[in-house]
Design a protein around this ligand. Structure first.
Ligand SMILES: [Zn+2]
Length: 484
């Protein structure tokens, strides 16, 4: 018996042959794709529990956000007009004020809103690194999405000791790994060479030995001082640090690598580790010294490079397709045109990301035997017709707003833009309530005109910035509680 039948779709399979069916049918039974074949006239009258007529529309595998943080999703809109140095100061100040006092209700609302954002943007799987992983596992699981969640370990940032954090991480793995029918899994997520002590790295190595099937997810070379930080843990450089603890192999995910050089790129590729690239956050804020990751060398040596949004709430965009476009534009700007083809970008958002997460036997392409994670993209509109070169349309023209239906594990979570698996009103109400608490506790104010840091903020003391003038000009009376 077929549970879900999609017919007359343009099916972009992202299989080995990059096959595109001009008019195809996808059958799903018990959450698994049973067939992907050209549509037969009989398909249009076939019996199935759920039938989607996708005439003129495109079906692609669900998108995979390969690197994201979630805890502070409710700060969206506060930092968008800051530069990199201001962002870091304000974010740390706010997080320090907010984290001890806001409690689980704040972070739960953040995770629920993030799930809603993720779902409505067609991101079926996220690879997250957060300080509230239990809330994340529950939110991801209950919303029907798929997620790999790592408790972020960083004893230089978090007041808990290395031992306490490692014990909590072990408990998280034991309790939450492989739950919700396997949609929620765990990773081991040390923050990186800048945030972790030697003691913590030793504990991470023990965790890795005890849970060899889990991914090791970390930041590396995101600051120019990487070598110095690694030296503090007795290593020559950040890659050597991982290597010494037996943490550098094909189960390792390295985020950023902004300050890595050609030699580092070769070592990454030879180890089989995967590279998680987040272009928007760095180009938006230009934080720190200008540097870009060594893409040509990584590609020359054969490393798997995939894409993540990192902190989408800092720059107000949850659109992974736009993120891929930024990756292309910024890499072309740095290294010359044609760093990636459109189809390569699509593979990075789907099958290559699934491979990085060790999920490519389950998701990432539309093939019989895989779990049914897919999205329907509506390009049967005056805005898109007529078209050719579908991969280019998908990666250059389409935005997340064109995604109308989302399926995970064979379940329809959003149909024709109506969210089925979450109580949207409840998510919005909780987010608004907690956002009000955030503003009351920290002194940040927001209005339609922009955001205003609290009086004690470094920004307020040093200079009146344009964002403050905008608020004065329009007045603060136009606060709309549903528009951040
Ligand atoms: Zn990150």
């Amino acid at each position: 018996m077929t549970d879900l039948l999609i017919h007359d779709a343009i099916v972009v399979t992202v299989n080995h042959g990059n096959q595109i069916l001009e008019r195809g049918s996808i059958r799903v039974t018990d959450g698994t794709i049973s067939s992907v074949e050209p549509t037969e006239p009989a398909d249009r009258a076939a019996a199935a529990e759920h039938v989607i007529d996708a005439s003129g529309k495109v079906v692609i595998p669900g998108l995979i956000d390969a690197h994201r943080h979630t805890d502070f999703a409710l700060v969206q809109g506060l930092f968008s007009e800051l530069d990199g140095d201001e962002l870091l100061k304000e974010a740390f100040a706010l997080y320090h004020t907010a984290e001890p006092t806001l409690g689980d209700s704040f972070f739960d609302a953040a995770w629920r809103l993030a799930c809603l954002r993720q779902l409505t943007h067609g991101v079926t799987t996220v690879n997250a690194m957060d300080f509230t992983p239990e809330l994340g596992a529950e939110a991801i699981g209950e919303s029907g999405l798929r997620g790999v969640i790592g408790p972020e370990l960083a004893d230089f940032l978090d007041p808990a000791s290395a031992d306490e954090q490692l014990t909590a991480a072990r408990r998280f793995i034991e309790t939450h790994h492989d739950t919700y029918d396997g949609r929620v899994t765990a990773s081991i997520a040390p923050g990186g060479e800048a945030g972790c002590s030697r003691e913590l790295w030793e504990g991470v190595a023990e965790l890795r030995a005890d849970y060899p099937d889990l991914r090791l997810h970390t930041h590396l070379y995101d600051a120019a001082e990487g070598d110095t930080m690694a030296a503090g843990s007795g290593a020559d450089d950040p890659l050597d640090l991982l290597d010494r603890y037996g943490l550098l192999d094909e189960r390792t995910l390295l985020t950023h690598l902004l300050h890595a050089d050609r030699g580092d790129a070769r070592r990454v590729a030879e180890s089989g580790a995967h590279v998680l690239h987040c272009p928007t956050v760095y180009s938006y804020f230009r934080a720190g010294a200008r540097a870009w990751f060594p893409l040509p060398a990584l590609r020359e040596f054969g490393a798997n490079v995939v894409i993540g949004l990192d902190d989408p709430f800092w720059f107000d965009s949850w659109d992974l397709i736009q993120e891929a476009k930024h990756a292309r534009l910024l890499s072309n700007f740095e290294y010359g045109a044609q760093q990636w083809s459109s189809y390569e970008l699509l593979r990075m958002l789907t099958i290559d990301a699934a491979r990085a997460l060790g999920l490519d036997d389950q998701v990432g392409s539309l093939e019989p035997g895989k779990r049914a994670d897919l999205v329907v993209v509506d390009i049967d509109t005056p805005r898109h017709r007529p078209y050719s070169n579908l991969p280019s349309v998908l990666m250059n023209t389409v935005t997340a707003g064109d995604i109308e239906t989302v399926v995970v594990d064979g379940e329809v979570l959003m149909q024709e833009r109506s969210v089925e698996s979450m109580d949207v009103e409840r998510v919005h109400a909780a987010a608004t309530r907690e956002r009000d608490r955030l503003q009351a506790r920290t002194g940040w104010e927001t209005s339609l005109a922009g955001s205003t840091p609290p009086d004690r903020s470094i920004l307020r003391r040093v200079s009146a910035r344009p964002l403050l003038r905008a608020v004065k000009q329009y007045g603060r009376g136009v606060v709309n509680r549903h528009l951040w």
